[in-house]
Structure formats: structure tokens, C-alpha cells
Design a binder for this molecule. Structure first.
Ligand code: FE
Length: 318
């Protein structure tokens, strides 16, 4: 696969003070760098993974390629598809902490940067509050979900031009397409809500209790919880969603499944988005009712899936 992971994101955020607090004290990220118009957060050995940009109008997604050859192959592939693509300057590469990058827009006007050679920090990751850490590595930093007016105007770009693989899709209570670039079930999803934007960024914790403790913190702030604790039917993630200072949501998750991209067959998920929970207060009332009906059907059908557990993360009960 040409693109191998979601490597970094740049997110619009006017209030950097509020983001510094939210990023460290709530999400558990490490504040690595504070500049006049940006903040850079670490979540693992990389120098930066999540950057907040006070001047940006739209998000920036940094998609990672293996090396310089893969970057060249991607540039040629994108040009062949008739999509405008440029080399990032040396100054931009230095700012992002990467060896080299391409710059292009997706059909929604989101800025994409395809890079290789991300810089690793000299110091170990120090979380902003005591958490077990984030599941990243070859799976990338997590996943991003975009809201789209119409999937048909965006899906072919990611699937056919950039080479993302379709994992699965749902049609109720909203149309959603889930795309993978590595073993993570999805690194990108497109949900059809009638308007274009960033819906959420998902960060995955090593341990379930980190999600529960983040949930307790979120419950202490009025209107912070946008989607209650629940479990997704397709990637099997246990998670909740919190409002960020910029309005889009952050999904705090644990226990996402991995897939084998070489053998995976795309399929429709009939159960809806969640096996239980995930009451979505961002949805209109009819769609909320439909989502609830789907969950009650899952319960009536006895739908359940094994937890997806990492080594060092469990003990077998007697
Ligand atoms: Fe998600």
C-alpha cells in the first residue's frame, strides 16, 4: 500500500490556551512546543503528532509513506489521476519535522500532506496526565472522520487516487464508509451528514481504564460528552466522544480490532454503528431514534463480539 498511516494532523484552534489545557490535562498528550500561532503535541516517540494552528481555516492531514521512493510513486500516481500536487518546501518540511512531503487538496478542500521521514524526539514521551499511553506505531496516530455532503464526491479520491482500501460501510442511521491504509480497521471514515467538515479524531489508549478515567473527567465539564460510552460494531472500539475547544469531537478509544488488508473483503455492516451505548447527542432526533432502534435490535439478537486485547493488557481469569 502506498500510504501507510495517518502520521500527523494539524487542526484549526483559535484558543491555544484552552487547547493546551484540553490536550494535556484531559487527553493526556504532551505539550512539546508552544509558538505564537501554534501548539505541537506528542503522543509517542515522534517529535509531534497533533498540531493546533490558530490561523488555519481547515484541517491538515499528514499521511505517511514509507520512504522517498514511495513518495515519488505517489506523486506520479496523483498526477496521472489529474489531481494537482506540489512538493512541500524545505521550510515546511522542517516545520512539520519530516524529511520531505507532497502537498495537495482533497475534493472537500482539506489540505493533505503526504510525507516520509518523521523526526523522533530525543526524550521519551511524557503524558500530560498519568495514562498508559497511546496505541500508534505502524497503525498511525488513530483515525480521522470527515462529514461529507455526498460520499460519491470524495470516496473515489481516497480509494482510487490515493489507494486507500474500503473496509466496510453502513447505511443507517447515516451513510458511512470506512477506509484502511494499514492493519487499523480504519484510518479515515466519511460520514454523510449533509455538510463538509471534520467530525472527529480518534486516539486509542493502551488500557481500558484510561478511557473510563477520561470519561469521568469529561463528565465533570458541562456539555463535553457528545457521545456516551459505547462499543462500535465494526472496529469493536470501546469509546466515548468529547467536544474539543474547536467544536469537532475527539473519540477516546480502547480495544480497536486490526485487519489483514491483503485478505480483507469490503462488506456492509448491518448492525449499525454501535453494539451498545454511543448515544449521539450531535444527531437530529429522527436519526438518534433510528440509532437507538438499531442498538435495541442488536441486544434482542444477542449480538456480541470478543474484546480485542493487547499483550500486557490483560490477565486470564480462572
Ligand atoms: Fe471513530
Amino acid at each position: 500500500m502506498l500510504v501507510e498511516a495517518l502520521g500527523y494532523v494539524g487542526l484549526p484552534g483559535r484558543d491555544l490556551e484552552e487547547w493546551a489545557e484540553y490536550g494535556t490535562r484531559f487527553l493526556g498528550l504532551e505539550l512539546a512546543e508552544r509558538a505564537r500561532s501554534s501548539l505541537a503535541f506528542r503522543m509517542d516517540e515522534r517529535q509531534r503528532r497533533i498540531v493546533i494552528l490558530s490561523d488555519a481555516a481547515a484541517p491538515v492531514f499528514g499521511w505517511e509513506a514509507a520512504d522517498a521512493d514511495a513518495l515519488d510513486a505517489l506523486a506520479a500516481r496523483i498526477e496521472r489521476a489529474g489531481v494537482a500536487v506540489a512538493r512541500g518546501s524545505r521550510a515546511l518540511a522542517a516545520e512539520r519535522g519530516v524529511a520531505d512531503l507532497l502537498v495537495l487538496d482533497d475534493p472537500l478542500g482539506n489540505r493533505l500532506e503526504i510525507f516520509h521521514g518523521a523526526a523522533v524526539a530525543d526524550e521519551p514521551f511524557r503524558p500530560g496526565r498519568p495514562i498508559s499511553g497511546f496505541r500508534t506505531g505502524a497503525l498511525g496516530l488513530g483515525h480521522a472522520v470527515l462529514t461529507v455532503e455526498r460520499s460519491e464526491s470524495v470516496l473515489p479520491f481516497y480509494r482510487d487516487v490515493l489507494g486507500f482500501g474500503l473496509t466496510d460501510w453502513t447505511v443507517r442511521p447515516f451513510r458511512a464508509n470506512f477506509l484502511h491504509v494499514n492493519q487499523r480497521h480504519h484510518s479515515l471514515a466519511l460520514i454523510e451528514t449533509g455538510k463538509n467538515g471534520l467530525h472527529h479524531l480518534m486516539l486509542e489508549h493502551f488500557m481500558l481504564d484510561d478511557v473510563g478515567q477520561a470519561y469521568d473527567l469529561a463528565l465533570g465539564v458541562e456539555d463535553r460528552v457528545a457521545v456516551t460510552l459505547g462499543r462500535h460494531a465494526n472496529d469493536l472500539m470501546t469509546s466515548f466522544y468529547a467536544r474539543s475547544p474547536s467544536g469537532f469531537l475527539v473519540e477516546c478509544g480502547w480495544g480497536g480490532r486490526t485487519i489483514d488488508p491483503a485478505r480483507w473483503r469490503a462488506r456492509e455492516v448491518m448492525a449499525g454503528p454501535s453494539l451498545w451505548g454511543h448515544e449521539r447527542n450531535w444527531l437530529p432526533p429522527e436519526a438518534r431514534a433510528e440509532a437507538r432502534a438499531l442498538r435495541l435490535k442488536a441486544a434482542a439478537d444477542g449480538l456480541r463480539e470478543p474484546v480485542q486485547v493487547l499483550p500486557g493488557n490483560y490477565e486470564v481469569a480462572g
